[in-house]
Design a protein around this ligand. Sequence first.
Ligand SMILES: Nc1ncnc2c1ncn2[C@@H]1O[C@H](COP(=O)(O)OP(=O)(O)O)[C@@H](O)[C@H]1O
Ligand SMILES: N[C@@H](CCC(=O)OP(=O)(O)O)C(=O)O
Length: 363
Amino acid sequence: MRAVLKLGTSVLTAGTDRLHRPRLVDLIRGLAAARASGHELVLVTSGAVLAGWEALGFPPRDGTLAEKQMLAAVGQGRLMHTYATLADLYGLPVAQVLLTADDFRDRTRYLNARTTLEGCLRRGVLPVINENDAVAVEQIKVGDNDTLSAFVANLVEADLLLILTDAPGLYTADPRLDPQATLIPVVERVTPEVWALAGGAGSHRGTGGMHTKIQAAEIATRAGTPVVIAPGDAPEALGRVLEGEPLGTRFLASGSRLEARGRWILAELAAGRLHLDDGAAQAVRERGGSLLPAGIREVEGRFRRGQTVSLLGPDGTEIARGLSRYAATDLARIAGQHSRAIEGLLGYTYGPEAVHRDDLVRL
Ligand SMILES: Nc1ncnc2c1ncn2[C@@H]1O[C@H](COP(=O)(O)OP(=O)(O)O)[C@@H](O)[C@H]1O
Ligand SMILES: N[C@@H](CCC(=O)OP(=O)(O)O)C(=O)O
C-alpha cells in the first residue's frame, strides 16, 4: 500500500515543549517496519518552528509570521537531522522535500515534485516533507500541514492518508472542552454537520486543530484516498492502520479514484467561487459540459487565469472544481454574456469557455 503519514507538532512533542526523542524513535521504528513489509511511505512532518524555538532556548515569542519563519529556518535543519540520525538506526534512508502552495499550482513544478517523490519511493527512500516555511509568505503558503498532507496524498496518488495527532480521532465535540464527547469511528462523507464538529485552533502548539484535518479529509477523499485520523500515542498506530485495524476515525473515499490531471486540479485550494445559474449547473453536473460565461451569475474572489475555482449551483452547494480560463476581473466583465461577446468586451479571447470540461472535476 502507498501511504502518506502526517505527524503534527502535538505528536512530535508528546505533550512536552520539546521534540520528544523516545516518541520519534517509536514512530520511525514503525515507519521502518512498514517499509520492510513492502509498503511505500511518505512522511509529512511538522515541528520545524518548535525545533527552532527549542534550539534558541525558548525565547519569548510575538507570534508574527516573520518570527515563525525565522524559527522554522533555525529548526528545519535540526528536525531533519533528528529524523536522519534516528532513521539511520533502522537502515532507513530519508530525503528532505520542502514545498509551498506554488509547487502544487504550477504544473511543471508539480510534475517535478512528483518525479522526485516517485524516485525516492522506487529506491526505498523515505521522503520527509514539510512546508518551506522560511520562504512561504502568506500568498504562497499552504498554511498548515494537514492540508499539505492531503495535497501530497493527491500528488503521489496514495491509497491512504494517516494523520496522527494528540486527539484519539474526530469526536462529537472538542474532547478538551467537552468530557461527554464521543469518538466517531467512520465518516462516510464530509458534510456541513461534520464541519460543525471542528472546534477552534487546536492545541497550543498545533496549527488548525480539527478544522484543518477535516479540510484535509475532504480534499483527499474527493480524489479517492481514504483518510484516518488516529492518536499519535497509540502503540504501532501506523502498522495497525495499514493492516486495516479500526483505529481513530476513518473517512471513506467519496469519489472514485481520479486520474492524475483531476488530482492536480483538486491539489489546490480554490482561489475563487463562481455562482452558476440553473442551466449551467445542469450542463456541468449532468452532462459533463464546459462552463460558458453566459451561465455565471456572480464571480467571487481574486484569481488569475489558470487558477482553481469552485463552481457553485444555484443553492450554493459546490458541484465542481476547475481551472478558470480567465482571471477574476475578466470573468466578472463577461459573466452572463454570450461567448461571442468576449472579444468585444475584453479586447481579446482565450476561447468561448470560462472553464473547459477537460479542466473540470465534478464533485
Ligand atoms: N471534534 C473534535 N474532535 C477531536 N479533536 C478536536 C475536535 N475539535 C477540536 N479538536 C482539537 O484538535 C486538536 C488537534 O489539533 P492540533 O492541536 O492542531 O494538532 P496537530 O499538531 O496534531 O496538528 C485536539 O487536541 C483537540 O483539542
Ligand atoms: N510547518 C510548520 C507546521 C505547521 C502545522 O500545520 O503544524 P501542526 O498543526 O502541528 O501540524 C512547522 O514545521 O513548524
